[in-house]
Write a protein that binds this ligand. Structure first.
Ligand code: NAD
Ligand code: TYD
Length: 354
């Protein structure tokens, strides 16, 4: 039986992944190690918390004794590392925390997994694997044309993407130096249920429902390649099962949209389904993000050719599913936007509504 250590499983993608895996594989065991930062919420997993195949451990991926103890106790066959500080705007304000969690945390997990799995000189237990969940942001920014492939030079611009790049390089170093069994996936922007409303889609949805200003950084003509979260979960599972050791796989939605397009789609949905007073008049262009990457676009032909993965959810379907979910889960939205969120929002967007 496969035994997974999933880190950061209380966050957006990790919680979707855990549920996806429990539903897909009857014979599986998952330990979710999560510190429950502002972005980690046990409510995301309320529907499976009593599942006997699942255990939650509250703790820090940087804590070497804790991670060592978990390996000894549960004898994991796979590690999927989602745990991270994940928001670019927060990284601009507090880069040190991103180095600690994203870099030191990843190196600690790599070391503990290596120690536990090693059975001889550069030889590991059969079937074990470490999967690092990375991002297209490690490649930097594109101009009007071209796409990121796995061989595009790394050129991160934000402290967030610099920390993710650094973690990727440690994973690569473990493969090159110790033949450590691993893969890296680099995915584009995800959207779907349980995303914390500091990110564009849930933040704009929440503001739109409350008829608050919709902050667009600069022109709003920046482009992201949006992928429905469950398509990402399917890719991670596939790479974990079938990815060639040491390889990097780009994962993308083939779905490039400007931020303005995304915001206008949300306004249209809210106007029709939640509050007819919500109109484009709520859009407010605010100061641009420092070092704002203009365009991300993924060439996902390698994962298609080698593993047969393709995005399955068209944006028009995924965005309605996503916004329907937020509409039907107002309590979740209320919980996560109370407390720390209020201070964060005030510091970030202080005068946005004046
Ligand atoms: P998220 O911020 O929603 O969740 C991160 C989770 O990690 C939270 O539950 C948090 O409590 C936990 N965490 C933070 N620090 C920790 C620590 N020191 N120890 C243990 N747990 C800790 O992030 P997400 O959007 O779900 O992203 C998950 C991963 O996917 C990240 O590594 C991110 O870089 C990557 N990624 C995200 C996207 C995206 O669009 N969201 C796209 C590509 C890659
Ligand atoms: P975000 O969801 O933070 O993801 P990322 O920075 O990882 O791509 O932002 C997506 C895009 O939306 C990005 O170009 C920044 C922009 N944005 C806004 O214009 N306003 C906002 O309030 C937020 C949160 C993001």
């Amino acid at each position: 039986m496969k035994k997974y250590l999933v880190t950061g499983g209380c966050g957006f993608i990790g919680s979707n992944f855990i549920k996806y895996m429990l539903e897909k594989y009857p014979d599986i065991f998952i330990v979710n190690l999560d510190i429950c930062s502002y972005a980690g919420n046990l409510e995301n997993l309320a529907d499976i918390e009593k599942d006997s195949r699942y255990i939650f451990v509250r703790g820090d991926i940087v804590d070497s004794e804790l991670v060592k103890g978990l390996f000894e106790k549960y004898d994991f066959t796979n590690v999927i590392n989602f745990a991270a500080e994940s928001h670019v705007d927060r990284s601009i304000k507090n880069p040190e925390l991103f180095v600690k969690t994203n870099v030191l945390g990843t190196v600690n997990l790599l070391q503990r997994a290596k120690e536990h799995w090693l059975i001889g000189d550069d030889e590991y237990r059969p079937g074990v694997k470490f999967l690092q969940v990375s991002t297209d942001e490690v490649y930097g920014s594109l101009g009007e044309t071209g796409l990121f492939s796995e061989t595009t030079p790394l050129d991160p611009h934000s402290p967030y993407s610099a920390s993710k790049t650094s973690a990727d390089l440690f994973v690569k170093a473990f493969f090159d130096t110790y033949k450590f069994p691993c893969n890296i996936t680099r995915c584009s922007n995800n959207y779907g249920p349980y995303q914390f409303p500091e990110k564009l889609i849930p933040l704009v949805y929440n503001n739109a429902c409350n008829l608050k200003s919709l902050p667009i950084y600069g022109t709003g003509l920046q482009i992201r390649d949006w992928l429905y979260v469950l398509d990402h979960c399917r890719a991670i599972d596939l790479v974990c099962e079938k990815g060639k050791l040491g390889e990097i796989y780009n994962v993308g939605g083939n779905n490039e949209r400007t931020n303005l397009f995304i915001v206008k789609s949300i306004i249209e949905y809210v106007n029709k389904n939640v509050n007819s007073s919500c109109t484009e008049k709520l859009i407010k262009h605010v100061e641009d993000r420092k070092g704002h990457d203009l365009r991300y676009g993924i060439d996902a032909s390698k994962i298609k050719k080698e593993l047969g993965w393709e995005p399955e959810t068209p944006f028009e379907e995924g965005i309605v599913k996503t916004l329907d979910w937020y509409k039907n889960n107002t309590t979740w939205l209320e919980h996560v936007t109370s407390g720390e969120y209020k201070n964060y929002y005030k510091n970030m967007y202080g005068d946005c509504d004046e």
